[in-house]
Write a protein that binds this ligand. Structure first.
Ligand code: ZN
Length: 197
């Protein structure tokens, strides 16, 4: 028996594709959409398409960008590069207003168990940026979990021989916590107290 009429069933199905949205929440979201005005529903749908059309990855750092090069890469010098796993980590660090350098988004961490090797994340691109010159420090800000640590160790091993200062966020963020969930005071302290690797 079909519980929902087709358009509602379809909408619920779409919402369940979002992270953390189960069947009940998806149903609540779908009913909310059905009760929106035509205008509200149009804005909602258009914002999804707009984000999809306009958001790209910055050619230099790999963070989200509207243009080919993001505003951070355009406006800051690349003397210090903060290496993170995902674009959302840049947001967590930008919120601290503590960092004036640029980012490098790896889009993943090394994870042999999941079949992710060094060549599957943006390590080669990081080395190219360093070879282009002018970089004085690389801050490894991958998450303090097993994969994040392994990735930091691997990158450090590649970069240190090039004579560039490599630092790692100080401990204080509990093991297994994503950067985005670390509280701002803890993250800011980890940043200021970063240690040479
Ligand atoms: Zn950029």
């Amino acid at each position: 028996m079909q519980v929902y009429i087709e358009p509602i069933g379809r909408l619920i199905n779409e919402f369940t594709k979002l992270p953390g949205v189960g069947a009940k929440t998806a149903q609540r979201y779908a009913y909310k959409v059905v009760n929106m005005t035509e205008e509200e529903a149009k804005n909602f749908a258009e914002s999804i398409l707009d984000a999809k059309r306009k958001v790209h990855y910055c050619k230099i750092c790999g963070n989200f960008s509207e243009g080919e090069i993001c505003e951070i890469c355009k406006n800051r010098t690349a003397e210090t590069i903060c290496v993170v796993k995902e674009p959302k980590d840049c947001v967590a660090i930008e919120k601290l207003a503590e960092f004036n350098g640029v980012y490098h988004v790896l889009h993943g961490t090394i994870s042999p168990l999941n079949g992710v090797g060094p060549s599957d994340i943006r390590i080669r691109e990081l080395l190219e940026r360093i070879k282009a010159g002018g970089v004085k420090e690389i801050i490894l800000a991958t998450n303090p979990d097993v994969e994040g640590e392994a990735t930091a160790m691997y990158i450090s091993g590649l970069i240190k021989p090039l004579g560039i200062k490599v630092t790692r966020l100080a401990s204080g963020i509990s093991i297994g916590t994503d950067l985005e969930y670390a509280d701002e005071v803890t993250l800011a302290r980890a940043f200021v107290d970063r240690k040479p690797m």
